[in-house]
Design a protein around this ligand. Structure first.
Ligand code: PMT
Length: 219
């Protein structure tokens, strides 16, 4: 890999899960460990980029030469990302953002009562789509976590969210994707596709960033 392919480029990325509070002691979340996003942040810094990493709650050390902003909820992630958009030439959305949050977060711990209970959920803002529709949008790369019809759903997200590129992973395979040390990606852009086979997330991060660097330079 060209070691400094991203020299002089600033890159913003999201990583990890979000947590949506139910009450002061409970939340809804998902299995994202942050490993894929942190590998991208670390590899991008090694390749010379100036990296800002907006991270949901994860148990990972901040990679060298990366500035990190910690958040919990999707709304906090959006609020952290938006002021950074104009300063960056590349945005990568690797976070597993909760699509819904609790409509009314309880102020005190919810007590056990009936046999069944229901939680009303409302849609969260879409961080990736907000960045992609920004007037000074960076080169915008989404991820797609799919369990079926991977190519069809990923291409749908590429078009609908108006992205430059999307990296799809098949999260029905427990050897890759969420929380695993390895991953495999099918990367789509408007007139091309490439498949990056299963390998450790650090190596995969370098491969994806090399591809992004080529596209950014020829854009
Ligand atoms: O963290 P790891 O354990 O290493 O696992 C890595 C991963 C599987 C989480 C990662 O590779 C991955 O696929 N991240 C995207 C997960 C996801 O939420 O995918 P999605 O298909 O639901 O969302 C599509 C895209 O929109 C993603 O880029 C997501 O960041 C973004 N999005 C989604 C919803 C929302 N409200 N805002 C967003 O920005």
């Amino acid at each position: 890999f060209g070691p400094k392919l991203l020299a002089g480029i600033s890159l913003l990325l999201t990583a990890g899960p979000t947590r949506e509070a139910i009450d002061p002691v409970r939340y809804i979340s998902n299995h994202s460990s942050g490993k894929m996003g942190f590998s991208l942040a670390s590899a991008a810094a090694e390749m010379g980029a100036e990296v800002t990493l907006v991270a949901g709650p994860v148990n990972l050390a901040t990679p060298a030469n990366v500035s990190r902003i910690d958040v919990e909820s999707a709304q906090e992630m959006l609020d952290a990302v938006l002021p950074e958009v104009e300063k960056n030439q590349i945005f990568i959305a690797c976070a597993a953002v909760a699509d819904y949050r609790i409509a009314d977060v309880a102020e005190s711990k919810i007590k056990k009562s009936a046999e069944q209970m229901q939680l009303a959920l409302v849609r969260n803002p879409d961080i990736l789509a907000s960045v992609a529709s920004h007037p000074k949008r960076p080169f915008t790369v989404g991820f797609a976590a799919e369990t079926n019809n991977v190519e069809q759903y990923a291409k749908g997200k590429l078009e609908r969210k108006k992205l430059d590129m999307i990296a799809a992973n098949d999260v029905s395979n427990s050897n890759i994707g969420f929380n695993s040390d390895n991953n495999a990606l099918s990367v789509f852009w408007h007139d091309g596709v490439t498949h990056l086979p299963a390998v450790d997330k650090q190596t995969l991060a370098k491969q994806l960033l090399t591809l992004i660097a080529e596209k950014v330079r020829t854009k």
